[in-house]
Write a protein that binds this ligand. Structure first.
Ligand code: ATP
Length: 287
């Protein structure tokens, strides 16, 4: 499978924060969720990938091309959606489109009109009057109207109600129906990922903690609950994270067979993406 996006050893430092050797890749045909807590470095990574923030080191290849030398050709083929949407507020949707469309060689007016209609957006409405959900839809309409092959989105679902979030997920599925495409989107609403992501990439304090296929990840871990008396120095090591209270423990393990062997009478449950994410972050912070 070809890689649409390849990030290697990316470094970027601000005064109080830095990305440290960030590396991951996105294969064709894949929706990747870029997850991490607030301030973990998601937006900084996305901005650095897109050249909106200058990197201090590392390389970014998109469609096999180097972002440093072939930025223009690459940007022609990607759609970008930012949480806040970088628009001129006083313009109408139609006027703003006229500013953006000429930047793309394969702009498709028919697709754009189709999306506005589908999203019930009025081209004569001013951008400053759009609600958060309408803004996202408008940003999506722009991002999807130039035959993009890769969509890069920063927190597209934050602050949206479940109905609009579901609509977005449907649009992403539709976008992926045509082969050779990919979506990379950051979020901390992990329930959206349960529904749609193929791949998960976790960042914490500027470092990539893991990149894994979602189904493999969900299969590899289990939540285990049991009596505290069953924990000892050895069994504790079988858990990625462990919480204890006066009565018992709740832990996440990637070594279920061993746990079952050593600890009878436990309750086993399937974790959600969020449980696994938090367990990994806790482990990474323990060192
Ligand atoms: P959230 O989920 O809250 O959006 P995030 O994972 O996207 O968080 P970033 O926005 O990448 O996190 O921020 C990571 C850190 O980098 C934060 O501590 C932030 O204050 C810092 N940071 C981001 N941009 C700048 C900047 N231009 N100058 C200085 N520090 C910055």
């Amino acid at each position: 499978m070809d890689k649409l996006l390849e990030v290697s050893g990316l470094n970027k430092s601000y005064e109080d924060f830095s990305l440290k050797e960030v590396s991951f890749s996105l294969p064709e045909g894949c929706i990747a969720g870029f997850i991490g807590k607030n301030g973990a470095g998601k937006t900084t990574t996305i901005k650095t990938i897109l050249g909106l923030a200058e990197k201090d080191g590392g390389s970014v290849r998109i469609f096999g091309m180097d972002m440093e030398t072939e930025e223009k050709q690459i940007k022609n083929r990607i759609g970008v959606v930012f949480d806040e949407g970088c628009f001129y507020e006083e313009l109408t949707l139609e006027e703003m489109k006229c500013v953006i469309a000429p930047a793309y060689s394969s702009w498709c007016e028919e697709d754009f009109k189709g999306y506005l209609e589908r999203f019930s957006l009025n081209p004569k409405q001013k951008i400053e009057t759009l609600s958060k959900g309408m803004r996202l839809k408008y940003a999506l309409a722009l991002a999807l109207s130039h035959k993009a092959e890769l969509l890069v989105m920063d927190e597209p679902t934050s602050g949206l109600d479940p109905l609009i979030r579901n609509q977005l997920l449907d649009i992403l599925k539709e976008f992926m129906e045509q082969g050779g495409r990919g979506v990379f989107f950051s979020t901390h609403i992990t329930s959206d990922l349960d529904k749609i992501a193929d791949m998960l990439i976790l960042i914490d304090r500027g470092r990539i903690v893991f990149q894994a296929e979602k189904d493999d990840l969900l299969e590899s871990y289990r939540i285990v609950k049991g009596d505290k008396g069953k924990l000892d120095e050895d069994t504790r090591k079988l858990f990625l994270s462990l919480e204890e209270n006066a009565y018992g423990f709740v832990g996440i393990t990637g070594q279920l067979d061993e746990v079952k062997e050593r600890m009878p009478d436990i309750v086993i449950e399937r974790p959600a993406v969020e449980d696994i994410m938090l367990a990994h972050v806790k482990k990474a912070r323990r060192g």
